[in-house]
Design a binder for this molecule. Structure first.
Ligand code: 0WW
Ligand code: ZN
Length: 375
């Protein structure tokens, strides 16, 4: 049976553990390493699909938890699925909804069966389980679905992390069992194990023995120091099959994208570029720029002189600052266009550097200019 999602290795970087690849899906190919813009409620906030294509977003993410709560996955199914509903004909990845339950609704109860929680919208009592998460993602029709997992908090007791990863493995098995369309939708498992090398190994072994089309690394970017995240990646990515995509969940600051690519990560997602754009913070080649700062009131240059995006080509810092201060939606559109373009462009340069075996040099040059004041 042909798998819905396959990974084609292109090249490994001679300088590092980085690699070039292609992820083939029913809605097209993703050149990796790739950053995936987040479209929580079936839209990458303020962006049209045409604008996302112009900046060459190859795949977008959408959120099972939010779409389950509103408008409901049955409505999206009736619309013909998420691609049709949001007019996006390229690949879509949906998460299982589990992480949102753990991070959004505090009134929740976790059992072997699943998680009961209250809707953050209206307090309704809701239930998510591996089977329910698969039913919802099946209705949404995403190209890549994520298994239902538990992301342990940081820090967490060793025993808690061990019990949690073993339940995540049992939940992954239940996701596989209830996978209705393996030839149309890929299903990625999520490796847990906290910050413990032996537990990461245990989780990776348990999940890779079940042969998923792709694997994610979960449980990171949850408040641990960056060096600890990199340490976990150092010993976890080598445990993952080389012929399958590796997705590092929730990681997206520029330095973390580069460090993750160096350690063999292929796919990244992060709400950062779109979220900080909404309060006017912009990523530039010399670090973060807070446009509300008074010093930009008469600065008629672009956000970033080195950027070729629509925003930097046509508008000044002074104008964007004015729009953000005036709470004009167009201001948020301009900062979002720039931030998304910045990260997508960064990944294009990372792929170029891997092609030419100079990713470590690229990192040093980028960090020197970026001033490393990003968080
Ligand atoms: O173990 C995990 N299991 C499942 N999901 C995780 C996520 C969510 C990744 N983004 C999903 C997207 C799906 C489509 C819509 C938007 C989200 C994480 N995000 C972070 N850090 C960033 C964080 C963001 C917020 C708090 S921490 N660590 C994560 C760890 C896990
Ligand atoms: Zn720009």
């Amino acid at each position: 049976m042909t798998a819905a999602v396959t990974y084609e290795p292109i090249k490994t970087c001679k300088q590092s553990g980085a690699r070039l690849g292609r992820v083939h899906t029913p809605h097209g190919v993703i050149e990796t390493p790739a950053f995936m813009p987040v479209g929580t409620q079936a839209t990458v906030k303020t962006m049209s699909p045409e604008e996302l294509k112009t900046m060459d977003a190859q795949i977008i993410l959408s959120n099972t938890y939010h779409l389950f709560i509103r408008p409901g996955h049955e409505i999206v199914k009736e619309a013909g699925g998420l691609h049709k509903f949001m007019n996006w004909d390229r690949p879509i990845l949906t998460d299982s909804g589990g992480f949102q339950v753990f991070s959004l609704s505090n009134m929740r109860k976790i059992t072997e069966e699943g998680v009961t929680f209250k809707s953050h919208l209206n307090g309704d009592k809701l239930f998510l389980s591996p089977e329910k998460a698969m039913e919802i993602q099946n209705a949404l029709g995403s190209d890549i679905m994520m298994a239902f997992d538990e992301c342990p908090p940081f820090p967490a007791e060793y025993d808690y992390v061990k019990k949690s990863l073993e339940r995540t493995t049992r939940w992954a098995e239940r996701c596989l069992q209830s996978h209705a369309r393996p030839q149309d939708q890929g299903l990625f498992a999520i490796i847990q194990g906290g910050m413990h090398e032996d537990l990461r190994k245990l989780s990776a072994e348990q999940l890779t023995s079940m042969d998923f089309p792709g694997y994610a690394i979960g449980g990171l970017s949850v408040g641990e120091p960056k060096h600890l995240m990199y340490e976990v990646l150092d010993y976890t990515t080598p445990l993952m099959p080389a012929n399958k995509p590796r997705y590092l969940m929730g990681v997206g600051s520029p330095d973390a994208l580069i460090e993750g690519a160096i350690r063999g990560i292929d796919m990244f997602d992060c709400v950062l570029p779109t979220r900080i754009a909404r309060n006017g913070t912009c990523m530039t080649s010399s670090g973060r720029l807070v446009i509300r700062n008074a010093k930009y009131a008469t600065d008629f240059g672009p956000l970033d002189a080195k950027c070729s995006c629509y925003t930097c080509t046509n508008y000044s810092r002074a104008y964007i600052r004015h729009l953000i201060k005036a709470d004009e939606t167009f201001g948020i559109r301009l900062t979002t266009i720039h931030n998304l373009h910045f990260l997508l462009q960064l990944m294009r340069e990372v792929r170029e550097a891997i092609k030419e075996d100079r990713l470590l040099d690229f990192r040093d040059t980028f960090f020197a200019a970026y001033g490393l004041n990003d968080n």
